[in-house]
Structures are given as C-alpha cells and as structure tokens.
Design a protein around this ligand. Structure first.
Ligand code: PEP
Ligand code: MG
Length: 575
C-alpha cells in the first residue's frame, strides 16, 4: 500500500524517481593516542589544506551557477578553516595530549558547536551548522572517504536527507537530482532558499516519515502540494506523470506571457513587479517578465558582514539595479532592521518585543547618521533610472515628515556639491501597521504612493508573531479585517490621486489576486517565480466584475467563506 506524508512545499514542481538517502551519520572516532605527534599534526594540516581546495572549487562553481552572494557561504567556510580558535586548538591537542587527529577534531569541533548552539543570537546559532559542515569535510579527508555523497549521485533520484547543508545543495547535479525532501527545515531555511534559486522541486520539514525512506524506494514528490507518496501504485504513478506533464506544459505556456503587459480580460492594466534582496536576484526578475521592482529589501546589504556598508558601496548597488532595470520603476526601501533582522555589529540594546521596538524607520530616525548615508547613496543613484524611495514601518505622520526632511537636506547638500540628483523621485511609505492603514487618508496627503506590507500588517492586526509556527493559522490574508484595511488604504490613496501597490506575500496569492484587482490595486509585487502565473490569472479576470463583488465580499464573515467565494467565481471565470 502506498504510504503518504506531507511537508512544507518549499520550491514548486513534481518529481518521480527512486529515492537516494543521503547518509549524514555521525562518525565517532576512537580516543587512541599517537606516538609521533608531528606526523599526526602534519596529517591534520594536510587534510585541512585539501578541504580548503575542495571548498574553493565549490565556491567557484556556486558563483558561476548561482551568483556571488550564494557563494559567500563557502568563503566563510574557508575562513573557518583558518580560524585559530578552531584549527590551532586542534593542533595543540594533538601535540600536547597525543590525541589522534580525528579525535582532536571531533572533540574541539563539538565543543565549538555546543557553545554556538546555546547562543541567544540566531546568526551565531546558524554558525554551528557551518562548523559542523566544515568539520565533517575535514574528517572525511582524514578518513580518506568522500565527504558529500551528493557529488557521487549518477542516476536520476529524489534526494532524501535529514537536512541539506549549503555545500550539499551547491553540489547537487541537477541532471540527476530531480527534487529533494528533508526531514527538518522551514520555508526560509538555507536549503529551501537555495532550492528556489535553482528551481528544483523541494519539500522540507517532512518529519520522521521522511527519515524512514530507504535508497531505491520509488517516490513521488509533489512540491506543489507538499505531499510525498512512497511506493505509489501503477495508477498513482500514471496520475502523477500526467500531472507533471500538465505542470510542465503550463510552465512553458506561461513563458509566452513574458514580454506582455498585465491587462485584465476587460482591459484594465496593472503592474506586476518583483521583490528582491540583492543584485543577484535581478537575473530571475528579468527572466520572469517583471515590469519593475516593487520592493528592494536593502537590509540584506547590511547583513552577513562585520561593518556597515559605505555610501559608495550602497551607491554602486542601487545604481546597478536601476541600470539593469532599464528605466522601469524601482522601489527601494530604506533599511528595515529590527524584529527578526539583526545587525550584531551595531550592538543595539536587547528588546523584549523586537517586532514592536526600534525597528525600520524608527531605528533610522534614532540613528540619523546611518540613515543619511543611505539616503545620500539613493539620491546619487537616482539619476540612473526611475527610482522611488520607500520608508518602512511608518506609524504616524511625524515619522514620514521627519524622514522626508532628512531626505530633502541630503538632496540640497548634494546639489551644492554639484552631484546630479533626479528631480523626479517619488517618496512613498509601506502600510504595514494597522494605525497607518486606518489613518491612510491623512498619510496619503504626504506620501506619493503606498505599498501595503501584508506580512507585517497581518501580524500586527491579528497579534500573531509571523515567526511563531504555533499561531500561523492566524496568518489570514483574506480575513475580513485585513480586507477592510486594504480597501480603506486603496480608497484613501485614490482620493488623493496616489497609486497603491502591495509587496507582502499576499500580492502573489492566487486566492487574493481577484479581490485585490477588483479593489483597484495598481501594482502587485511578489517573488519573481510568481509573476507569470499571476499574469496568466489576471488576463482571465474581469476588473469590473470583481469590483462589483466587493460589497458581497465585504459582508462575508470569515476567510474560509471568502476563499470559497473566490474559488467558485474564478472557476467559472476560467472556463
Ligand atoms: C511586509 O511586511 O509585508 C513586507 C513586504 O516587508 P518584510 O516582509 O520585509 O517585513
Ligand atoms: Mg514588513
């Protein structure tokens, strides 16, 4: 009988193949002493050297396949192999205590990992898995075995693993690895993010059921639904082959919409833009037919490093994005640090409620020098394209006015320095705090545009931490309260002749798009891979018809009821 289980659909697609179980078993070395400590220390140093060369090869390969940002992790791994707190301590243990190299590595790496795993700081905790990865690689060199079994895969398979380290993911040969299923992980874990950028189907966090699968077992993984079938029947296999073919057919049909504008069945035009976090994301943005950038999360420029980026560094990045987008609109959001996004090197005070604390524009107004540097970089870049500047987490009018005042001051300084600045920069805000949504009619007088940040708007409206899985049932984009706030925001902006976009996850949600189209949302900004499916959907919808449903929808009391309504109407729309 077919066994079924489910996990988190982290990267879409369907794969049908035999399972390949990646063995991440821990090797336990013996504590035997060695006689010649110099030979042993030399053997260890040699293994470290070989591991470094291996990592350098992976780094280059990753840079070519996935861009410089994704390859940085391997630079960090190489640096770990030069870290005296790790390497010198191991050599001391060999030389002073006659430990064998494997045992010394095992002991020192484990105490490092234990220490890092108990840290409060999430970045340091993540560092523990880097140490584990690097130590495993050196251990394999010492033992003369191949470290990453993934590199040895030479026939089509669905990879099953406890988790995939960044180096595993980077070495996947996609001619053979048709998809992967992991026991642990979330939508935002390393392996999930890598899977999406490689466009390989992935299901993560599938739990113990995945851990039981043996190599050679036939598997169907449906990463559209997040379900896995173990030893499917012939009927199920045929069914999934058909679904896979239909999915692939749909993907190739969608490519026909690449260069088309997004126009509803009745001729209403909207803009489909992309969310990005780095310049490396641009390639996919352009390959998926985005009409602009609706959100550049600039905080990623500040993260994963030891010091603030300089004005020049930022300028180069913003200029590059504007130039690559070739005069299409680019909304760059100023720094949104705080909440779950930390900058350890800034040593900000610990807060008991970081999502309600000194986050985003609040932090920037509290540290004007930091803010002014970013504003100057943005202003200098403005003459290279169609820049729109957006402030996150605006709650009250005074914050917007103060942020605009600083922007104006920096602009005047630059003009005095004879540096070119565009005189056509729109300045908008994110609407992601309920107070801002409710007071949108006032903010609309001061802002050139709004972009609704539903990820936060939902968390703050429902009082449900977006990081806490146990309350994730309260993430309800189509809850009547959320729809009312959104409608209010769109109407307030319209009254002032301003445009409204949405850059939270909801903008790419097919159950919400018809309602948002009917409400008159102008711009939908989403992850690049959602753009073509959204364009196909909008082309089949009628703006007028969905505008006409708005009163009916406003009278519905739950998300479930609203979802049913949308499903019934879109089904008949799409026939
Ligand atoms: C949002 O809150 O919806 C948003 C787009 O911003 P972020 O997810 O970066 O907080
Ligand atoms: Mg937000």
């Amino acid at each position: 009988m077919t066994k079924r289980f489910s996990g988190i659909a982290a990267s879409p697609g369907i794969a049908i193949a035999k399972a390949f179980r990646l063995n991440n078993e821990q090797y336990e070395p013996t504590s035997d002493k060695v006689a010649d400590v110099h030979i042993e220390a030399e053997r260890f140093s040699q293994a470290v050297e070989e591991a470094k060369q291996e990592l350098e090869q992976i780094r280059v390969m990753t840079e070519q396949r996935m861009g410089a940002a994704k390859s940085e992790i391997f630079e960090a791994h190489i640096l770990l192999l030069e870290d005296p707190d790790l390497i010198d301590v191991i050599i001391e243990n060999i030389e002073n205590d006659h430990m064998n190299a494997e045992f010394a590595l095992h002991e020192v790496a484990n105490s490092f990992i234990e220490m890092l795993s108990t840290m409060d700081n999430e970045l340091l905790r993540e560092r523990a898995s880097d140490v584990r990865d690097v130590a495993g690689r050196v251990m394999s060199r010492l033992r003369g075995v191949s470290y990453a079994a993934v590199s040895a895969i030479n026939e089509p398979c669905v990879l099953i693993a406890e988790d995939l380290t960044p180096s595993d993911t980077a070495q996947l040969n996609l001619d053979y690895v048709l998809g992967f299923v992991t026991v642990v992980g979330s939508r935002t874990s390393h392996s999930a993010i890598m899977a999406r950028s490689l466009e390989v189907p992935a299901i993560v966090g599938a739990g113990a059921a995945a851990a039981d699968i043996e190599t050679g077992t036939m598997i169907v993984m449906d990463a559209l639904e997040g379900s896995v079938l173990v030893e499917p029947s012939d009927v199920e296999l045929t069914d999934y082959h058909t679904r896979k073919a239909a999915y692939e057919q749909r993907r190739s049909e969608l490519r026909k919409l690449l260069d088309q504008p997004t126009i509803s069945r009745d001729g209403h035009r909207v803009e489909l833009a992309a969310n990005i976090g780095s310049v490396e994301d641009l390639q996919k943005v352009l390959a998926n037919g985005a009409e602009g950038i609706g959100l550049f999360r600039t905080e990623f420029l500040y993260m994963g490093r030891n010091a603030l980026p300089t004005e020049e560094e930022q300028f180069q990045v913003y200029k590059h994005v504007l130039q690559r987008m070739n005069n299409k609109p680019v909304v760059i959001r100023t720094l949104d640090i705080g909440g779950d996004k930390e900058l350890p090197y800034m040593k900000l005070p610990v807060e008991s409620n970081p999502f309600l604390g000194l986050r985003a524009v609040r932090l920037c107004l509290n540290k004007p020098d930091l803010f002014r540097t970013q504003l100057r970089a943005l202003l200098r870049a403005s003459s290279f394209g169609q820049l729109k500047i957006m402030f996150p987490m605006i709650a009250v009018m005074e914050e917007l006015q103060e942020a605009k005042r600083l922007l104006q001051e920096e602009k005047e300084k630059l003009i005095q320095e004879s540096i070119a600045v565009s005189d056509n920069i729109e300045v908008g805000i994110m609407i992601e705090i309920p107070a801002a949504a409710l007071a949108a009619e006032f903010l609309a007088k001061e802002a050139d545009f709004f972009s609704i940040g539903t990820n936060d708007l939902i968390q703050y409206t429902m009082a449900a931490d977006r990081m806490n899985e146990t309350v994730s049932y309260l993430y309800q984009p189509c809850h009547p309260a959320i729809l009312r706030l959104i409608r209010m925001v769109i109407q307030a902006a319209k009254k002032e002749g301003k445009w409204v976009g949405m850059c939270g996850e909801m903008a790419g949600d097919e159950k919400a798009i018809p309602i948002l189209l009917g409400m008159g949302l102008h711009e939908f900004s989403m992850s690049a891979s959602s753009i073509l499916p959204a364009r196909a959907l909008i082309k089949q919808l009628s703006h007028q018809e969905w505008a006409g449903y708005s009163e009916e929808i406003a009278a519905m009391s739950s998300q479930e009821r609203i979802h049913q309504f949308v499903a019934s109407k879109t089904r008949s729309d799409l026939i």
